[in-house]
Write a protein of this length. Structure first.
Length: 99
Protein backbone atom coordinates (compact mmCIF):
# COMPACT_ATOMS: atom_id res chain seq x y z
CA UNK A 1 0.00 0.00 0.00
CA UNK A 2 1.29 3.42 -0.85
CA UNK A 3 2.60 5.43 2.10
CA UNK A 4 0.34 8.41 1.35
CA UNK A 5 -2.74 6.14 1.39
CA UNK A 6 -1.68 4.75 4.78
CA UNK A 7 -1.37 8.26 6.18
CA UNK A 8 -4.74 9.33 4.74
CA UNK A 9 -6.52 6.29 6.18
CA UNK A 10 -4.82 6.90 9.52
CA UNK A 11 -5.87 10.54 9.51
CA UNK A 12 -9.47 9.46 8.91
CA UNK A 13 -9.16 7.00 11.81
CA UNK A 14 -7.78 9.75 14.07
CA UNK A 15 -10.68 12.01 13.06
CA UNK A 16 -13.15 9.23 13.85
CA UNK A 17 -11.56 8.68 17.26
CA UNK A 18 -11.79 12.38 18.04
CA UNK A 19 -15.41 12.55 16.87
CA UNK A 20 -16.36 9.49 18.91
CA UNK A 21 -14.66 10.99 21.96
CA UNK A 22 -16.55 14.25 21.44
CA UNK A 23 -19.99 12.92 20.51
CA UNK A 24 -19.97 9.26 21.54
CA UNK A 25 -22.11 9.72 24.62
CA UNK A 26 -24.79 11.38 22.51
CA UNK A 27 -24.86 8.33 20.22
CA UNK A 28 -25.15 5.68 22.95
CA UNK A 29 -28.98 5.84 23.23
CA UNK A 30 -29.23 5.04 19.51
CA UNK A 31 -26.75 2.15 19.49
CA UNK A 32 -26.95 -1.41 20.73
CA UNK A 33 -25.13 -2.27 23.96
CA UNK A 34 -21.34 -1.91 23.74
CA UNK A 35 -21.51 -1.01 20.04
CA UNK A 36 -19.64 2.26 20.61
CA UNK A 37 -16.86 0.49 22.51
CA UNK A 38 -16.58 -2.14 19.78
CA UNK A 39 -16.33 0.56 17.14
CA UNK A 40 -13.56 2.30 19.09
CA UNK A 41 -11.71 -1.01 19.47
CA UNK A 42 -11.98 -1.70 15.74
CA UNK A 43 -10.54 1.71 14.91
CA UNK A 44 -7.58 0.93 17.20
CA UNK A 45 -7.16 -2.44 15.42
CA UNK A 46 -7.13 -0.61 12.09
CA UNK A 47 -4.40 1.69 13.38
CA UNK A 48 -2.35 -1.33 14.49
CA UNK A 49 -2.57 -2.77 10.97
CA UNK A 50 -1.58 0.60 9.53
CA UNK A 51 1.38 0.70 11.91
CA UNK A 52 2.53 -2.67 10.56
CA UNK A 53 2.23 -1.38 7.01
CA UNK A 54 4.07 1.83 7.89
CA UNK A 55 6.85 -0.08 9.62
CA UNK A 56 7.22 -2.29 6.55
CA UNK A 57 7.55 0.72 4.28
CA UNK A 58 9.84 2.87 6.39
CA UNK A 59 11.97 0.45 8.36
CA UNK A 60 12.95 -2.57 6.27
CA UNK A 61 15.84 -3.25 8.69
CA UNK A 62 13.38 -4.19 11.44
CA UNK A 63 11.80 -7.27 9.86
CA UNK A 64 12.33 -9.25 13.06
CA UNK A 65 10.73 -6.91 15.55
CA UNK A 66 11.46 -8.05 19.04
CA UNK A 67 8.67 -6.01 20.56
CA UNK A 68 5.56 -7.18 22.36
CA UNK A 69 2.19 -6.82 20.60
CA UNK A 70 0.92 -5.22 23.83
CA UNK A 71 3.57 -2.49 23.52
CA UNK A 72 2.53 -1.82 19.93
CA UNK A 73 -1.13 -1.72 20.95
CA UNK A 74 -0.34 0.76 23.73
CA UNK A 75 1.71 2.97 21.41
CA UNK A 76 -1.15 3.09 18.89
CA UNK A 77 -3.79 3.86 21.49
CA UNK A 78 -1.82 6.40 23.55
CA UNK A 79 -2.18 9.91 22.35
CA UNK A 80 -3.50 10.72 18.97
CA UNK A 81 -0.40 11.05 16.84
CA UNK A 82 -0.18 10.04 13.18
CA UNK A 83 0.91 6.48 12.52
CA UNK A 84 4.20 7.53 10.90
CA UNK A 85 5.18 9.23 14.18
CA UNK A 86 4.16 6.10 16.12
CA UNK A 87 6.38 4.09 13.76
CA UNK A 88 9.29 6.39 14.58
CA UNK A 89 8.63 5.89 18.29
CA UNK A 90 8.67 2.11 17.78
CA UNK A 91 12.03 2.30 16.00
CA UNK A 92 13.43 4.48 18.80
CA UNK A 93 12.24 1.89 21.33
CA UNK A 94 13.87 -0.92 19.34
CA UNK A 95 17.13 0.98 19.03
CA UNK A 96 17.21 1.61 22.80
CA UNK A 97 16.62 -2.10 23.43
CA UNK A 98 19.65 -2.96 21.26
CA UNK A 99 21.93 -0.65 23.24
Amino acid sequence: MHEQAILQIDQAALNLIQTLDTHGEELKPYLEDEHLELLQAEVMNLRQVLLGLEMGILYQDYQDWNISPDVLKRMVSEGKVPINEVASQVVDTLQKKKE
